[in-house]
Each structure stands twice: as structure tokens, then as C-alpha cells.
Design a protein. Sequence first.
Length: 166
Amino acid sequence: MAKRTILAPVLILLGVYLILNQGGAMGPGTIFATFWPTLFVIPLGLFFHWMYFSMIGRGVGLLVPGGVLLTVGLVSQIAMLFGNWGTMWPGFILAPAIGLFELYWFGGRNKWLLIPINILTVLSLLFFSVMSIGSALSNMSYIQPVVAIVLIMGGAYLIMGRKKHM
């Protein structure tokens, strides 16, 4: 049973890597360099969660580093697979928010924890949306003429459109 639980994610990740890296050189160094978050960071985050849930309610403080490490590992793995560190970095701001949210959810539901959780989450989502939109616009040069046409048509509609009688 333990061999299957370890071998299954490794095989899945290796298959995903082979699909994404067609024609590239694949060796142990390349695999290690690509999957370091899955090999080191994500298991450590899962270990902290396992420790908390195996203690059944005691040690609620284990959830903060567990949530942070799990989130950082997932963000890093996505960035490594797709090469988009410039878009994914706001996930590092979201990581402490997730750790604190787990502390809030499974802990005593201290309402004061919601303040930093909401601030960090909003900042992360704001930066993520700005970086995503900026990345999408910079990668698609054909969008600028479309945006220009939409703006011109919108302005023309405002000028030429029917005016409401009051």
C-alpha cells in the first residue's frame, strides 16, 4: 500500500513532465531541477498537516507552516512546469494567508485572524490579476488593435448614440 501511494504521484508527474518536455533532454538533473518542489517542499507541508490531524485537535499551530509550505510548493511547482515565475509570484503572498486561514478554521475561530488573512488574500489576488493581464497582453500582440477598435466604437457610440430625454 505504501509503495503505491508513493509510486503513483511520481509516475503521474513523470508522465506530465514527458508530455510537457517533448524533444528536450531528460536526465536526472533535469528531473530534479524541475520537480524540486514536489520532492521537498510539498511533502514537508503535507507532513505538518499529517502531524496535526494525527494529534486530533492538538497542535493547531502546525497548520500555519503546513499551509505555507504546501502553498509555496504548489506555486513553485506550477511556475517550474510552465516557466511563469513572473505571473506566479503573488502566490507567495497568498501562502501565509492560507496558513493563517487554516489556523482560523481549525483553531478557536479567532475573528482577528481574518484581518491579515483578508489583506494578504486581496493583495495576492490584485497582484495576480495585474500580472496575468499584463502577461496576456504582452504575449498577444494582436490584442492591441482589437482593444483600439473596441475603444473607438465605444467612444463613437457615446457620441452618436441616442440621448435620453429628461
